[in-house]
Design a protein around this ligand. Structure first.
Ligand code: FMN
Length: 216
């Protein structure tokens, strides 16, 4: 079955706005394929260790983020595909993103995400200090849910050109350790291409929701 306008839930977390910029590029990519990319915040407590909440970059980003709804269980159950993005924290996802994964635990029990398309994105301070491991930390959960995981193929030119973020495992930005480097054109192009790919695949792949056998 081909869905006319798949609904893609894009759930993310962000402090300085880099992961937000990638989420918006993913959303634009969904739009390129006439799919409905919907932004949601992961939400949850994170100790503000090492985050400069006085910085303009932070204040601006939070202004936009304040208008984005928090993902509910029903939002995710109803979506045709699920994309997740998180800044790197000590080599993996943030605590709010982990809290989101815990909140959608009941969907695992229902088997609600089996056969749905998933993809990941991240924003990391350094080039080799957690970029791909953060993507993997997100992707591993998708496999646990039985999702069909989409990466970025090397036919995406920006993936060949990038000297910073983005990987076959997903979209990404490298912002330096103080988070000041802006997301560049290649990083945005990779995110947009991945958003478009998720939308195309969501049209083609038939979800297979099924309750789990065994655990009660
Ligand atoms: C507590 C803390 C831990 C972090 N850990 C890492 C890390 O392990 N590796 C890394 O490259 N960057 C790390 N960073 C940097 C952020 O991942 C980076 O600034 C990211 O781009 C911020 O994304 P945002 O603009 O969406 O908030 C850390 C930042 C904080 C505040």
């Amino acid at each position: 079955m081909s869905r006319a306008a798949p609904r893609i839930a894009i759930v993310f977390d962000s402090r300085y706005g880099s992961t937000l910029a990638l989420a918006q590029a993913m959303q634009a990519g969904c739009g390129d394929e006439n799919a409905d990319g919907v932004l949601y915040m992961a939400a949850g407590f994170e100790p503000e260790v090492g985050v400069d909440s006085e910085r303009d970059q932070y204040v601006q980003a939070q202004r936009t983020i304040d208008g984005i709804p928090v993902a509910s269980l029903e939002d995710i159950r109803a979506a045709d595909a699920l994309v997740m993005g998180s800044p790197t924290r000590f080599g993996h996802m943030t605590r709010p993103m982990m809290a989101f994964l815990e909140r959608i635990g009941p969907l695992w029990r229902e088997g609600a995400l089996i056969g749905k398309v998933g993809a990941a994105f991240t924003s990391t301070g350094g080039m080799h200090s957690g970029h791909e491991t953060t993507l993997l930390s997100l992707i591993m959960t998708m496999f646990q849910h039985g999702m069909v995981v989409a990466g970025v193929p090397h036919s995406v030119e920006a993936l060949i050109e990038t000297r910073f973020g983005g990987s076959p495992l997903g979209a990404g930005a490298v912002t330096t350790f103080n988070g000041r480097r802006e997301v560049d054109a290649n990083e945005l192009a990779i995110a947009r291409a991945l958003g478009a790919r998720v939308a195309r695949l969501a049209r083609q792949v038939e979800p297979e929701p099924a309750p789990l056998i065994g655990p009660s």
